[in-house]
Structure formats: structure tokens, C-alpha cells
Design a protein around this ligand. Structure first.
Ligand SMILES: Cc1cc2nc3c(=O)[nH]c(=O)nc-3n(C[C@H](O)[C@H](O)[C@H](O)COP(=O)(O)OP(=O)(O)OC[C@H]3O[C@@H](n4cnc5c(N)ncnc54)[C@H](O)[C@@H]3O)c2cc1C
Length: 384
């Protein structure tokens, strides 16, 4: 089959973002995306909660979020596409002194990066959101701009519609290695595509793809269930995405609400296991929401679905850049619960690294695979 300068395995938001950026930076490169399921029905991208925030504890993640929101805001001018950004903020709540201290430390980092985030005492919180029970709280952190939720599939489609990359509906089943490099990509339909550079953007399948090159990548499919519900008497006003100290989160979704939680028991699941965990709503989410606000006592679940995080077991952070030895094998993996919002910055960065030889816009070096080899986690305290 025809040789391609760059072959990307996985054509959802991350693969598509990299391809689009390669087209912008180096239009002469030939780029081929191989996607096993062009319906994207089971991709993390299509099943995500579509949130974007700047409230992280690591300054690079803050900057990545800022880049993402800027990119989303420019979509109408760039692509004639409105990605429906609801800039209603994230609201983190703490109910212990140590939790409050973490919020203060995070706020200092975020403020240092220019993020528009404010700390609120329980009384200030109550004044802004009177429906909330604040009696047990010690502090809150609210994003005033640059945070919220948007059209996740729209972002992916924007990248796809505006890219000249060749898209192949096929499955990568093996990598042909020669002289310590990826020489060609083997396809389920038969044949292989010789390539100069190979990029792993396979989401929850990232470990299997890495293994084809003999690389161990600690990324596992972990299930997350999202629920929508109706509220008999919804709280008034513009509501943010709220993260309760219990780990339960909730946000408006049109006339409804969308919610989920980080389950305590979080095993690796099969790639085909998309059975929602209804008991999370009954046993964890509803009790926590009802305790936080009387408005959430009378609610009725409307829909539920499960998707898979590409969960980085080491530190729940992205892994990007080239393998230190297999120099033409690039990672764009392990995004856990925040890959959608990171797609604009990661797409840009990986494309710069491939086409220009170094990161230019944001230095993503600390997300490199070498930390996996060292077993040296990049701690991020704000993971959902
Ligand atoms: C329930 C849930 C809620 C989330 N909420 C948020 C959120 O609020 N904000 C946020 O930023 N992120 C969120 N995320 C995470 C975010 O959705 C992901 O990090 C992001 O979509 C990752 O995109 P991706 O392209 O890497 O992976 P995916 O979207 O999973 O795409 C990977 C693609 O690779 C393809 N593929 C795999 N193996 C092969 C192969 N062998 N050959 C060819 N193709 C292959 C797959 O078919 C798939 O289309 C959430 C995720 C879930 C599951």
C-alpha cells in the first residue's frame, strides 16, 4: 500500500487534532488516520461529559486547559462552527481543613497561570448559590470564566472536516519493526502501510497498540457511568459544574442535569463492557446530591451510559511525545478524565514535535514517556 509520512492509529478527537495540526504546520506531509469504528459510538470522545477547566494543580495542565478554551472560542471564526461553550465554571467544594489548604495551593498555581478562579468562603458560596447546603464546608473554588462544557463531538468533527488527512476504515493489528523503528503498520483487512512516523492515538486501546512495538504502557480501560436526571424544582440561576467533596459531580445539561462519580472500586474492564453501573446513582450520587441541596431531593433519572477512560495507572495524566528508543513511535495517550479538553493543546504539541522536532507552543516535555520508565508520577491533585 502507499507509503505515508505519518500514520495515526485512532481517529477520534486526539488523532484528528494531531492530523489537523500537522496539516497546518507541514501541509506537504502525507498523513493517514486508521480508525476501526468510524461511527465512534464507543469512543471516549463521544461518551464524555465534555467539560473543560483550568482548575488543575499542575501549571502545565492549567495552561493546556487555557489553550483549549481559547481554541474552542475561536472555532466560529476558524471553521464557521459554534462549539456551544457554556462558560459556567467549575465549582470545587471542600469539607475539611486539609481540603481547603489544597484548594488554596491550587488557587495559587492557577492564579500564577492567569486563570480566572476565585476562592469563596461558605458564606460567600451560600450568597451565590442559595440552594446549596454549606454548613459542612470549609472552602470553595469557582472558575469565573474559561471553564464549562462544550460540544465534544463537534470539536472532533471540526478537526475532521477541515483536514486533508487520508482516513482509512480499518483496524491496526500489528507493527512491522525494522532497525528499532516502526517501518509499517499492519491492517486487519490485509496489507500494510509503510510509514515514517507512527502515532498511537488509540484511547483505551493504547496499551495494546504500544505492545505491538514491544512497549509497556500502563493505560487501562476503566468504566465511568454518566447519568442525566430531571429535577422537580430546579435551582435557579446559572449553575456551574459542581464537584462535591464526596467526588460526585453535577452540572446542568439543557433542561436536565448530568452527573457522575469516581467509583471507589475501579477495576479494569473489557473493551466491550459498556453496561452502565446503575447502582452508582442509587447508592452514591443521589444521596450525596440530596445532602448538598434540597433541590436535588426530588429528582428522576432520565438516561445513563457508560464510557471508558484511557486510565493512566501511574498518575492519571497524559503521555505524549516520542519513545526514547523507538524514535518514530509517538504517544498521545492516557488522558484519563481530561483528554477532550486537552485535545487542542496536545494535537498542536504532538504535531509540532513530529513536524518541527520540538514543542513550540507549550512545552509538553514533562508529559513524556520517560516518567513511565522512571516510575516517577506527575502528580495532579484535581482529577475527576
Ligand atoms: C464518561 C466519560 C466522561 C469524560 N468526561 C470528560 C470531560 O468532561 N472532559 C474531558 O476533557 N475529558 C473527558 N473524558 C475523557 C475524554 O473523553 C477522553 O480523554 C478523550 O475523548 C480521548 O480521546 P481519544 O481520541 O484519545 O480516545 P477515543 O475517543 O477513545 O478514540 C480512540 C479511537 O481509537 C480507535 N482505535 C482503537 N484501537 C484501534 C485500532 N487497533 N485500529 C484502529 N483504530 C483504533 C477507536 O475506535 C477510537 O475511535 C471523559 C471520558 C469518559 C469515558
Amino acid at each position: 500500500m502507499t507509503q505515508s509520512d505519518v500514520v495515526i492509529c485512532g481517529g477520534a478527537v486526539i488523532g484528528s487534532a494531531i492530523a489537523w495540526n500537522l496539516g497546518q504546520i507541514a501541509p506537504k506531509l502525507t498523513v493517514t488516520i486508521i480508525e476501526r469504528d468510524p461511527s465512534f459510538q464507543h469512543s471516549s470522545t463521544a461518551l464524555s461529559a465534555s467539560g473543560i477547566r483550568q482548575q488543575f494543580s499542575d501549571p502545565l495542565n492549567v495552561a493546556i486547559g487555557q489553550f483549549g478554551v481559547g481554541f474552542i472560542k475561536e472555532a466560529p471564526a476558524r471553521w464557521g462552527l459554534n462549539l456551544n461553550l457554556h462558560e459556567q465554571g467549575y465549582l470545587y467544594l471542600s469539607n475539611t481543613d486539609s481540603g481547603a489548604q489544597v484548594l488554596r495551593e491550587n488557587h495559587a498555581v492557577q492564579h500564577g497561570e492567569g486563570a480566572d478562579v476565585t476562592l469563596l468562603s461558605p458564606d460567600e458560596l451560600k450568597a451565590r448559590f442559595p440552594h446549596l447546603n454549606t454548613d459542612d464546608l470549609t472552602l470553595a473554588s469557582l472558575g469565573l470564566s474559561g471553564e464549562g462544557w462544550f460540544d465534544s463531538v463537534g470539536l472532533m468533527q471540526g478537526y475532521q472536516a477541515n483536514s486533508n488527512a487520508t482516513r482509512l476504515n480499518d483496524k491496526v493489528v500489528g507493527l512491522t519493526m525494522q532497525s528499532g523503528k516502526v517501518a509499517a503498520v499492519q491492517l486487519a483487512a490485509g496489507g500494510e502501510i509503510p510509514c515514517g512516523t507512527f502515532i498511537n492515538a488509540a484511547g483505551p486501546y493504547a496499551a495494546e497498540i504500544s505492545k505491538m512495538a514491544g512497549i509497556a504502557l500502563p493505560v487501562e480501560p476503566r468504566k465511568r457511568t454518566n447519568f442525566t436526571f430531571d429535577c422537580a424544582v430546579p435551582p435557579e440561576g446559572s449553575l456551574p459544574l459542581m464537584i462535591d467533596p464526596s467526588g460526585v459531580w453535577v452540572r446542568p445539561e439543557g433542561q436536565h442535569f448530568l452527573c457522575g462519580c469516581s467509583p471507589e472500586h475501579d477495576p479494569v474492564v473489557g473493551h466491550d463492557d459498556f453496561e452502565p453501573r446503575f447502582q452508582e446513582f442509587e447508592e452514591i450520587i443521589w444521596p450525596a446530591l440530596a445532602a448538598r441541596s434540597p433541590a436535588f431531593e426530588a429528582i428522576k433519572m432520565q438516561a445513563m451510559w457508560a464510557g471508558h477512560y484511557a486510565y493512566n495507572v501511574l498518575d492519571q495524566n497524559a503521555v505524549t511525545g516520542a519513545h526514547p528508543e523507538i524514535g518514530n513511535f509517538y504517544f498521545a495517550n492516557g488522558f484519563s478524565g481530561h483528554g477532550l479538553q486537552q485535545a487542542p493543546a496536545i494535537g498542536r504539541g504532538v504535531a509540532e514535535l513530529v513536524a518541527l522536532g520540538s514543542y513550540k507552543t507549550l512545552d509538553l516535555s514533562k508529559l513524556g514517556y520517560d516518567r513511565i520508565l522512571r516510575g516517577d508520577p506527575l502528580l495532579e491533585k484535581c482529577v475527576i
